[in-house]
Design a protein around this ligand. Structure first.
Ligand code: SF4
Length: 210
């Protein structure tokens, strides 16, 4: 396993490599963030951002999401894939926020996990992006792959990887880790064909073999 000193160095190098790393989903309100992150499952953020302007124009409030006919919602988000499940969850989630949380998206992991379609990864994204709360680390496909390659965790389960990362990194690092790993995964450590020769953290990689 990578030492804590090297793990911090990896993050510092990634910060220099990707100074603009941030969430790529477009949103203006906490509930729009909930909707966007739900739509982003098994879909690219780029595709979600193409769909949300029309969707957010049609559904301006949480009430609009709760009241929209599910067939119309399915049509609006169709191109993001898994649209039936996503539409059902978004509509139910809107009702839950209205009925259980007085129309305010909750600010805690425990409460967010009660919302339809919101798992731990999404809840971490919502807490950070909508409320600036960084108590956990969203472990998506990029964070998982790169954490394994860098020896930050041997686990395969995202929740166990998150626990390993939380043991390594001090609180002030938490807000940046997901963004940096995602940007590295999209730009350099691409799943199908990593560009190892231009990788700034190859020195620490357990799979680098050029
Ligand atoms: S050296 Fe290659 S496999 Fe390792 S993190 Fe960099 S791009 Fe990914």
């Amino acid at each position: 396993m990578t030492s804590k000193k090297d793990a911090l160095k990896i993050i510092e190098i990634l910060k220099e490599t990707y100074p603009d790393a941030k969430c790529s989903l477009d949103f203006k309100t906490p509930f729009q963030m909930v909707v966007a992150v739900t739509m982003s499952a098994q879909c690219t953020d780029e595709r979600v951002n193409k769909v949300t302007p029309t969707l957010f124009e049609r559904c301006k409030t949480i009430e609009d999401f709760a009241n929209i006919d599910v067939n119309e919602l399915e049509l609006l988000i169709h191109s993001c894939g898994f649209y039936k499940n996503k539409a059902k969850n978004i509509k139910l989630c809107a009702k839950q926020v209205l009925n259980n949380f007085s129309g305010e998206v909750p600010h805690t992991m425990e409460e967010l996990l009660t919302l339809a379609g919101v798992g731990r990864k999404s809840a971490n994204v919502i807490l950070l992006e909508a409320f600036g709360i960084a108590n956990g680390i969203a472990v998506d496909t990029h964070a998982k792959r790169i954490s394994n390659k860098m020896g930050l965790s041997k686990e395969k389960d995202p929740e166990k990887i998150e626990q390993d990362l939380l043991k390594i990194f001090p609180k002030e690092y938490l807000k940046d880790i997901n963004h940096l790993l995602v940007w590295h995964g999209r730009n350099t450590c691409i799943a199908r064909k990593p560009i190892c020769e231009k990788c700034t953290i190859k020195k620490y990689c357990k799979e680098f073999c050029l």
